[in-house]
Design a protein around this ligand. Structure first.
Ligand SMILES: [Zn+2]
Ligand SMILES: [Zn+2]
Length: 448
């Protein structure tokens, strides 16, 4: 049985979720969906029109077709096209919804959705993935990535390729965060080993900003304006109440039309109730520099918010790009412990060097990044290795650089702060061109 939906859109249909309901009769074993639209590029436009498809069965969301691929969507009990969760083909009302990310003038844009239902027996056995348990490692500094994509959304590589990349680059942990779907997570969990922790989440990819949810296996409704209309702060609260971590992603990235929805436009969340912000997305760039400046301003306003990095890899990255990794002091190498440490700011971000910050007050209270010291006189120390001769070390207090000095590849330095002089301090290593190599989360001062 075949069902066809067609519609013609104009720019007035931008940022909508357009539902198409169809009935699946009992006994259906396979659903195939083809989606196409035209024109891909409206006349005179450099950016293509962009839509995704969200599919829900009578029990709830089934997945997303974030990038239109030429193989269409297959849904069966045994296995599904990446982006969709395998599971029973439930009879009843299904909904295929068109999400309009980018519609550019002047041409009308016509789309066609073709749904084919079949009750033929399915040839494949049910695909299962077993979660790998990994050997415990004790407290220490662990280096890894908190933001990456696969075929389950718009990346060019599959989950095993991403995991292999992490192994080849000697990461301790890697995180799969596909756009608006968690369908790749069972597979990524099955690929862990004693050498590599694989973590999971999703990237809430809304029309007005992106946020990474870390530590979830559960899908979160990202369409703020469907059903019960909720706000981004409410969505962040839902995420945090579930025990997952919410990270505002690449807030200063360019937005429409260049990158649809990539710029953070939720003014009630600057930073609002977001406990973490990705200050280094992909390779180091002016957008990351702008984010660091905004982050320092937030710290000066009294927010205690963690800084993270995300490769945002969608395939093998250019080996020359300077990507920041999260170096986290965790109690052990487990997803829970890594995220707890990230939440507390017990981490720094680095594209290479080790950069260990610590502090001690006159009365002997000790701290590392993320900790809060009482407002007494304190000595702040840093030691580093793996930097480059001629790099610049910066010691920042309340967002202002107190000292800037050229360094050798390895070394140490310390500064004495007067009581009440600092609300927070941190350290950066940059090259002579002011491009970042490493940046720490702050040590705070106060009664918090
Ligand atoms: Zn994003
Ligand atoms: Zn991303």
């Amino acid at each position: 049985m075949k069902i066809t939906f067609e519609a013609t859109l104009s720019v007035a249909d931008l940022h909508r979720h357009i539902p198409h309901i169809f009935e699946v009769p009992p006994g259906t074993t396979q659903i195939h969906v083809e989606f196409s639209y035209s024109p891909r590029y409206s006349q005179g436009q450099e950016n293509h029109n962009q839509m995704s498809l969200s599919i829900a069965d009578p029990a709830g969301p089934r997945g997303v077709y974030y990038l239109i691929r030429d193989y269409g969507i297959n849904i069966t009990e045994a296995r599904c096209t990446p982006g969709f969760n395998a599971g029973p083909v439930r009879p009843g009302q299904w909904n295929v919804e068109v999400d309009t990310y980018r519609l550019l003038p002047p041409d009308p844009i016509t789309y066609t959705i073709e749904v084919t239902l079949s009750s033929d027996p399915i040839p494949d056995p049910i695909q299962t993935y077993e979660k790998k348990q990994i050997a415990s490692r004790g407290p220490g500094w662990y280096r890894g990535d908190l933001h990456a994509h696969s075929l389950h959304s718009d990346a060019s590589w599959d989950v095993p390729d991403l995991v292999q990349y992490a192994r080849d680059h000697k990461l301790d942990f890697i995180t799969l965060t596909d756009h608006n779907t968690v369908s790749g997570l069972p597979q990524v969990e099955s690929l862990a080993g004693d050498d590599l922790l694989t973590m999971g989440g999703m990237e809430l990819t809304t029309y007005y900003g992106h946020a990474v949810v870390l530590g979830t296996r559960k899908w979160f409704e990202w369409r703020l304006d469907t059903d019960d209309h909720f706000t981004m702060p409410q969505l962040a609260d839902r995420v945090l109440a579930s025990g997952a971590l919410f990270v505002t992603a690449h807030p200063m990235a360019p937005g429409d039309p260049e990158c649809s929805g990539c710029h953070w436009e939720y003014e009630d969340m600057l930073p609002g109730n977001s406990p973490a912000v990705e200050i280094w997305n992909g390779g180091w760039s002016p957008y990351n520099q702008m984010t660091v400046e905004m982050y320092y301003q937030w710290l000066n306003e009294g927010h205690k918010i963690s800084a993270t990095a995300g490769s945002d890899m969608h395939g093998p990255p250019d080996p020359d790009r300077r990507g920041g990794r999260n170096v986290v002091y965790a109690e052990e190498l487990s997803e829970e412990a890594i995220l707890e440490a990230v939440r507390k700011g017990r981490s720094y971000i680095s594209a290479g060097p080790d950069l260990i910050l610590s502090g001690q007050t006159q009365s002997g209270i000790e701290a590392i990044n993320g900790d809060t010291l009482p407002p007494e006189a304190a000595v702040i120390s840093v030691h580093w290795s793996g930097a480059h001769e001629g790099d610049i070390l910066r010691f920042n207090v309340n967002g202002r650089t107190l000292e800037k000095r050229p360094i050798q590849a390895a070394g140490e330095a310390s500064w004495t702060l007067e009581p009440g002089q600092a609300k927070w301090c941190n350290v950066e290593i940059r090259d002579a061109q002011n491009e970042m190599w490493a940046i720490t989360n702050p040590i705070y001062f106060g009664d918090r």
